[in-house]
Design a protein around this ligand. Structure first.
Ligand SMILES: Cc1cc2nc3c(=O)[nH]c(=O)nc-3n(C[C@H](O)[C@H](O)[C@H](O)COP(=O)(O)OP(=O)(O)OC[C@H]3O[C@@H](n4cnc5c(N)ncnc54)[C@H](O)[C@@H]3O)c2cc1C
Length: 424
């Protein structure tokens, strides 16, 4: 195996394979190496559906060797170090590879350990997360077997992949319990680090109604710090204890609340909530080997790769591009965003190879398909300016059946058959 490639791609996930396939479709003689240590490739967007009991987890996984584009070289190693001034990367095995051009897309890191007790209890004690292939099926076990009580859904304070996933599963769970006739016995809480339910006004309006419909209690600006599975408690910090919460503290039915700390100077309260079921999403950041590298954005506390948010070219190393979940581009981190980013990287990379300027522009497009009940979905599409960018000639802010079919049937097929092959 050679240790020099014209184009070296770091990460053979959604972004890496899309870019490699599209590059080869444009220029079949390119010499491309893809470094990725994983034997398996995952279609993560379907994990929400697995957690809701309507998708087979085994259909979300394939062998990496089956999806790696033909005429590329798969290097089954993990990159540990970037040496951009020498056009070189070093792997954890000690092997080094050099390149003319580099495409960086190793995804995002799930920081499970940032929530105390979470790793120990995940997958048992009615604590689950759709953010893990291993545990998404357990989410469905919990939802299906729930008999009423306090159900807690958490969303961290950091940006995450698919910002909608923490609440998508909550709406489906509520709908399931409604159909089962037990929703009125469920006290459902959404504890979120975000300031609102959705950043785009038009879609947020719909979700506010859905939240009201299911009688969900929302806690925004809250940072989940610990989950204790055996005691069935979730601890979070918040600056705002809203009136509802205070009322509940005084109410007889408020067994699930207790303030354990109140620091007036910092105005930060710690709240403990008892739960019977907890779906959680871990804080996320750039993979550590990016954080510790010269490629990182020094101004970004989460260590993402520093790129021009429109051309996707590194701001300091002109032969390096990055896309997908690992970058500091202020877009929503989704596969849908990658569908629009990949052609921009391909066009600009080929332009640079031809000694032209990188002029293709990514506008921040992303999409979040949010099921609001079984059989209905709101397809939220938007760009950097948080302006709706609807593809279809209907009001997509209104959940409907066709978008549900798109998410549950068409997109999984498109992913394996078109997107990874560079034809969609
Ligand atoms: C529960 C859930 C629901 C989601 N729902 C949606 C949705 O509805 N719509 C949507 O568009 N998106 C959704 N997403 C997000 C989508 O899956 C991601 O945005 C997308 O997979 C990101 O692609 P990526 O290539 O950047 O990273 P990934 O696809 O995660 O791939 C990263 C690759 O890098 C490799 N890698 C890691 N470390 C190294 C290393 N050291 N060296 C080399 N390679 C390395 C990994 O093995 C992996 O193959 C969802 C995600 C989750 C978890």
């Amino acid at each position: 195996m050679s240790n020099h490639y014209q184009i070296l791609v770091i990460g053979g996930g959604n972004a890496g394979l899309s870019v490699a396939s599209q590059l080869l479709r444009k220029r079949s003689n390119l010499n491309i190496g893809i470094i990725d240590p994983s034997e398996k490739h995952y279609y993560q967007p379907a994990w929400t559906l697995v957690g809701a009991g309507i998708f087979d987890i085994n259909k979300t996984i394939r062998n990496e060797k089956e999806v790696i584009p033909k005429n590329t070289t798969w290097i089954k190693e993990a990159v540990a170090e970037f040496m951009p001034t020498e056009n070189k990367v070093k792997c954890s095995s000690g092997d080094e590879f050099t390149y003319d051009y580099l495409v960086v897309c190793p995804g995002i890191q799930l920081d499970w350990n940032k929530i105390e007790g979470l790793k120990e209890t995940l997958g048992k004690n009615n604590v689950s997360s759709n953010y893990s292939f291993q545990h998404a099926p357990y989410t469905w076990e919990m939802i299906k077997n729930f008999k009423g009580g306090t159900a807690v859904f958490t969303n961290p304070t950091t940006p995450i992949k698919c910002g909608g996933a923490p609440h998508k599963i909550m709406y489906l769970a509520c709908d399931y319990w409604r159909k089962k006739g037990i929703l009125d016995q469920c006290d459902v809480h959404y504890i979120s680090g975000a300031a609102s339910i959705f950043g785009v006004k038009e879609y947020a309006e719909t979700l506010k109604k859905v939240i009201g419909h299911y009688n969900i209690h929302v806690h925004f600006g809250a940072n989940v710090t610990a989950i204790n599975g055996e005691n069935k408690t979730v601890a979070f910090e918040t600056k705002e204890i809203d009136e509802n919460l205070n009322q509940k503290l005084c109410s007889e039915n408020a067994a699930c609340y207790g303030i354990i700390e109140h620091n007036d100077t910092e105005d930060l309260k710690k709240v403990i909530l008892n739960f019977d079921l907890c779906h959680t999403v871990p804080p996320q950041s750039a993979p550590d080997f990016i954080k510790n590298s010269p490629l990182r954005d020094p101004a970004n506390p989460l260590g993402y790769v520093e790129i021009d948010k429109n051309t996707l070219q590194h701001t300091r190393f002109s032969n390096i591009f990055a896309l997908g979940d690992c970058t500091n581009a202020p877009c929503s981190k989704t596969g849908a965003a990658i569908r629009k980013q990949a052609p921009v990287v391909v066009t600009n990379l080929l332009a640079i190879i031809d000694n032209k300027t990188a002029s293709a522009q990514y506008d921040g497009y992303s999409a979040c398909p949010i099921p609001t009940q079984y059989g209905k979905l709101m397809l939220a599409e938007f760009d950097y300016s948080n302006t709706p960018k609807m593809t279809f000639p209907i009001n997509q802010a209104k959940p409907n059946w066709a978008m549900w079919i798109l998410k549950t049937k068409i997109l999984p097929w498109l992913y394996w058959n078109k997107i990874l092959k560079g034809t969609a």
